[in-house]
Design a protein around this ligand. Structure first.
Ligand SMILES: NC(=O)c1ccc[n+]([C@@H]2O[C@H](COP(=O)([O-])OP(=O)(O)OC[C@H]3O[C@@H](n4cnc5c(N)ncnc54)[C@H](OP(=O)(O)O)[C@@H]3O)[C@@H](O)[C@H]2O)c1
Length: 296
């Protein structure tokens, strides 16, 4: 599996495994979570995406239980997690409103909780989960820089940020923002034309793509884009999901798809996406079907 350099101190695997849904799996046992991690590692998928809020603030602990039981796993993995969303559930059930918190106090408390939950001593990549309209960029930037200096966090990035949000936060910090995790799939492709991906491509940053199968919506049905994916899948001897991911992988901006299946067989097949021949014409066949019209 190809490795992508995000900074001098951070390489991620080209395909990332996301753990948003890990706590929703009927089986959250150490044995099953370990099997999922090993199914990724066997393919060279070494990067794992978490967030404090996943599973109503319980998903990091599900991973942590496995890392405590099988400590040898940690050194084989890069762990990404996120902070700033306070939703009235789990440990924040008493929150009077859903909000974002990019204050120093919250950043430090959230990172300490993530480290404890996962039973690890550092986070390889910490992302600001959503742009905070109440952010003091100088305060947030300084708090994030301090976490890198302390060694608790290796690298900093963002998620769901617009280019101007990135510029604002970057202007308040010394460490470079190394990625932006944004939505991208054959059903959510606005980032290709609204300037989001162009901004990162221009800056030489590799974005990460969340919900590359549209959160599963691309997998059930028979729309034009699904039919197009199926034809290409047949030509390449893979399934629809592999083609949908190959469509993201082929983009010159070198985006890293973050896959979310809980199914062990599907996890074991994630690298099938690398087998697909995705030339320009094939890419545009999918894009045309996704747009529902030919390009102008
Ligand atoms: N930064 C953000 O704001 C943000 C937002 C959302 C997600 N994320 C990250 O992105 C990751 C991926 O998101 P996602 O889970 O929505 O990604 P996804 O890979 O687009 O969708 C996964 C969903 O599709 C289903 N699926 C996959 N293959 C299928 C098939 N062949 N047939 C039927 N259903 C199928 C899976 O069900 P099964 O489990 O049954 O296979 C699962 O429910 C998350 O884990 C998280 O790390 C980040």
């Amino acid at each position: 599996m190809e490795r992508v350099t995000l900074s001098p101190s951070l390489e991620l695997s080209r395909i990332v495994y996301g753990m948003w849904r890990v706590a929703d799996d009927a089986d959250t046992s150490v044995k099953h979570v370990e099997a999922k991690i090993n199914a990724c590692l066997d393919q060279g998928i070494t990067s794992f995406d978490q967030a404090d809020i996943y599973g109503d603030y319980s998903a990091e602990a599900v991973l942590g239980e496995t890392l405590r039981a099988v400590p040898s796993l940690r050194a084989k993995m890069e762990i990404v997690t996120k902070f700033d969303i306070i939703a009235p559930c789990g440990k924040y059930s008493d929150a009077p409103v859903k909000y974002y918190d990019t204050s120093t106090a919250h950043i430090n408390a959230s990172v300490d909780a993530s480290l404890t939950n996962m039973g690890i001593d550092h986070i390889d990549l910490l992302l600001v989960h959503r742009p905070d309209p109440f952010m003091d960029h100088n305060e947030t930037g300084a708090a994030l820089d301090a976490l890198v200096s302390s060694g608790k966090v290796g690298n900093i990035g963002v998620s769901n940020f617009k280019p101007w949000d990135c510029d604002l936060l970057q202007s308040g910090m010394k460490n470079p923002l190394v990625t932006n995790q944004i939505e991208m799939s054959a059903t959510a492709h606005e980032c290709l034309t609204n300037g989001d991906l162009a901004y990162h491509q221009k800056n030489g940053q590799h974005a990460m793509a969340w919900s590359p199968l549209g959160g599963g919506s691309l997998m059930n049905g028979n729309t034009d884009v699904m039919k197009t994916l199926d034809v290409i899948a047949g030509e390449n001897g893979v399934d629809r999901a592999a083609v949908a991911v190959a469509w993201i992988l082929a983009h010159p901006a070198k985006v890293l798809p973050v896959m979310g299946t809980n199914n062990l067989t599907r996890i074991a097949g994630l690298s099938d996406a690398l087998k697909v021949n995705m030339d320009r014409i094939t890419w545009f066949k999918i894009y045309t079907a996704a747009l529902g019209r030919e390009v102008a």
